[in-house]
Structure formats: C-alpha cells, structure tokens
Ligand binder design. Structure first.
Ligand SMILES: Cc1cc2nc3c(=O)[nH]c(=O)nc-3n(C[C@H](O)[C@H](O)[C@H](O)COP(=O)(O)OP(=O)(O)OC[C@H]3O[C@@H](n4cnc5c(N)ncnc54)[C@H](O)[C@@H]3O)c2cc1C
Length: 400
C-alpha cells in the first residue's frame, strides 16, 4: 500500500497527550477520527510501530456485512454498516463502498436450518436478510455452480443485499486525513514497548522514540494486543493466528457479489481492479509470522473450484497473511481494563474490517466518557468471568 504522504503531516512525538492510541490500523485511525469529530478531543497521538495501516488493514479482503446471529452483535455491526453507508460523504473521499450483496451458501440440512434461523434473527433485529432457493441463487449469481451433481450441492443461501466490499487503503487514508486535519498526531515508526503505571493508573507509554505521557491509553493493536497487554500486567483471552488470503490475476468483471461457504470453506469476491479475492479460515497454530501454510491456500483454491468450476484456469497472483486476534466466543473485546485509564479494543479476529467505523465510534465514546458505550457494554472483558459470552462462531464461521 503506497502512502499518499501529502494527506497528513509526519510529526515528531510531543512529550504528552490527553489520549495515546496504540496501533495505526483501521480501528486506531477510526477511533482518532471519532474522538476528534464526535467529542472534540484532539490532543491525541496514534502511535504506529510500522507504517499507517500496514497491518491487517492492508491485508483484509474487505467484506462488509452485519448479519450476525446474536442481538448484541447485530446491533454493533449494523451500527457500523449504517456508518459505512454515509462514510464516503462524511470523509469526503471515495471509499469505493459497493453494496453488491453477500451470499452465504447452504450445502446440507444443517446449513439450511442455521441459515434460515439467522435470517429470522437478523430480521427481528432490523438487519436486511433473505433466504434464497437454489434457482434464486443462480439468478443472483450466475457463475455459482448450483448443479445437483456438485459434490456439495447448493441447497439455498442467505443474502444480505446491503453487504459488500470497500477499498481498504482508501478507508485508511481518508480516516488518517480526517484525524490529521483535526490536529491528531499520526506517528509512524514508533513502537510501544511498555507502560508506566502508578497507583493502578496508566500515566505514560514507553516507546522506541522515548517516553510519552498520556492521560488515557487506548490499545488498537489487533493481533499484537495480548503482547502489549502483558506489558501492562494483563492476561487477555486472545489467541493470535495467521489468516491467509489470495488474489488471482486480473479478470474482466465476472462476479458482482460476495459468495461465502462455510461447508466448502472459502469466500470469493471480485475486487474493483478485477482480481478474484479469496480467503477462508485461520491457520490452526499460534504465530506472529505474517505467512501461513501452503496447504491452507491449496484448500482455499480447491474449495473455490467446487463452487466456481469456471475459475479452473485462473492463475494466482499473490498470497499473504495477517495476524488476527481470536477470542473464545469469536466476538470482540471493547472497553475498560483493570488498569485505570487503559482501554482495550481487540478480538475482532477475522472480521474487524467491517466494524472499522462502528468500532471507532463506540471506542471513542467509551474513552471520552470513561464508561462503556451502550453498544460496547456486552463486549466488555468481564464477560469471560460472568459467562455472558456472545458466541458468534456460526456467523463468523468461514469468517469475515
Ligand atoms: C487475510 C485477512 C482477511 C480479512 N478479511 C476480512 C474481511 O473480509 N472482512 C472483515 O471485516 N475483516 C477481515 N479481516 C480482519 C480485519 O482485517 C481485522 O479485524 C482488522 O483490520 C483489525 O483492526 P485494525 O485494522 O486496526 O488492525 P491492524 O491494521 O492490524 O492495526 C493494528 C496496528 O497496531 C500496530 N501495532 C502492533 N503492536 C504495536 C506496538 N507495540 N506499538 C505500536 N503499534 C503497534 C500494528 O503495526 C498495526 O498496524 C481480515 C484479516 C486478514 C488478515
């Protein structure tokens, strides 16, 4: 991702800020944008150890949807989707947000029951959702193989028409430009290496560019959150895994929606430029290396060919991985921590791109008022001791 540097300043860190955000990915930048825009808090630094949005923000496959199962998830992801619907205008930047529809295919009776149940749950929550039979799937997405002789026959699909994709680099640049325009310091090449905590209150961060005092510190470090939290003495229920994706060579327009399949285990869309974009689940082991096993990529391609035999001669252009932070219930962790003034926004795992504006909105509000935003409240760290888990393994499934 090449940076259009003219979109923001490149300041040196100042000795102190009201709020220090750790991590200059989509969530950190969105938090800075909404702290300034919604709460007038601008004495803020975003500290990024690499370059802005060089982590998962640059590596994700950009699927946006809000059709999660549980009320709490539907509320926060739908809030995010509504923000997406006005975000290009709000940021005055073409984010290439394309509501082309997200299909989730059902290949067996279990899938059908789960899909129909999710459609009903979504509708009760005001989230647009439809159930399509195989012929309707074919009509909506002609290149899907719905033939009865397929190894995994398509027995129907859920459809969220308002779901789709956006261009992630544009999203990052637009949020960065907005935050910078409000006076937020975006500081690249600045790694947070520790925290100063006095009487259980965080007072400063130690960084590769010196000590920076902070009234409040907000973690937005995705796959590296548990490492950071450990430096503050906190053990978080997160596991870091590689998540891989791949793109094909450029093709003429052939696929104008997003297709996901949990059973076959792949999802495919076509980027604005023309590449087919594919991914699936995480690599099984814990790792911080931004690469993964070749067999996982092979399985993704095999699964894609089950659904789309017409792609059999398409060549792979490149593959990559990002490190995702997975929580036990496949839901995020947002809110305060046991250390005063230290906040956490993590655990978005394989599906946090879609939440970028919604997460930034509720996190900024939580930080500004030092209490959870109502949409964030169910996602507090305490749920792992109370047992009030929000199990989205089904809706997250093939992820994204
Ligand atoms: C292959 C892949 C496909 C995906 N597909 C989708 C999808 O289709 N839809 C979807 O909704 N989500 C998807 N995701 C998930 C999504 O990308 C993430 O949930 C989301 O990007 C995480 O938030 P972020 O953008 O802030 O993370 P990041 O961009 O990773 O930002 C975190 C930043 O913190 C920085 N950092 C870490 N440690 C420190 C430190 N000590 N000091 C300073 N900075 C630090 C990192 O360098 C990084 O830039 C996908 C992820 C991957 C890897």
């Amino acid at each position: 991702m090449t940076h259009p540097d003219f979109l923001w300043r490149n300041p040196d860190p100042r000795p102190a800020y009201d709020v220090v955000i750790v991590g200059g990915g989509g969530h950190g930048l969105a938090t800075a944008h909404y702290l300034a825009n919604n709460h007038g808090i601008t004495n803020v630094a975003v500290l990024e150890r690499g370059w802005l949005a060089g982590g998962n923000m640059a590596r994700n496959t950009t699927i946006i949807r809000s059709n999660y199962l549980w009320d709490e998830s539907a509320a926060i992801y739908e809030h995010s989707l509504k923000l997406w619907e006005g975000l290009s205008a709000e940021l005055d930047y073409d984010l290439q947000f394309s509501q082309r529809g997200v299909l989730n295919l059902a290949h067996n009776l279990g899938d059908v029951r789960e899909g129909r149940r999710r459609v009903n749950a979504n509708r009760l929550n005001g989230v647009d959702a439809e159930w399509l039979g195989p012929e309707e799937v074919k009509k909506f997405c002609p290149v899907v193989n719905v033939s009865g002789s397929a190894r995994y026959p398509v027995m129907g699909a859920t459809l969220q028409r308002r779901g789709g994709i956006a261009k992630h680099d544009h999203v990052a640049w637009a949020l960065a430009r907005s935050a910078d325009g409000h006076g937020v310091d975006l500081i690249q090449g600045c790694e947070v290496t520790g925290f100063e905590i006095t009487s259980n209150r965080v007072v400063a961060v130690r960084t590769s560019r010196g000590r920076i005092a902070a009234g409040k510190v907000a973690l937005a470090a995705a796959g590296h959150t548990s490492v950071l939290a450990a430096q503050a003495g906190l053990r978080l229920p997160l596991q870091s895994h590689p998540l891989q994706a791949l793109v094909s060579e450029l093709l003429e327009p052939v696929l104008d929606c997003v297709v996901m399949s949990n059973a076959v285990h792949v999802y495919v869309s076509q980027a604005h430029k023309g590449e087919l974009v594919m991914g699936a689940g995480i690599d099984a082991y814990n790792s911080y290396g931004q690469r993964g096993g070749v067999h996982v990529i092979e399985a993704q391609m095999a699964a894609a060919l089950e659904l789309f035999p017409i792609f059999s001669r398409v060549r792979v252009l490149r593959t990559w991985a990002g490190i995702v932070d997975v929580s036990p219930d496949a839901s995020p962790i947002i809110g305060r921590t046991p250390v005063d003034g230290l906040y956490v926004n993590a655990g978005w795992g394989t599906g946090g791109f879609k939440a970028t504006p919604g997460s930034g909105w509720v996190y900024a509000d939580t930080i500004a008022h030092d209490r959870p935003h109502p949409l964030a409240e169910p996602f507090a760290l305490e749920r792992f001791t109370t047992g009030a888990l929000i199990d989205e393994h089904g809706a997250a499934a093939v992820a994204h």
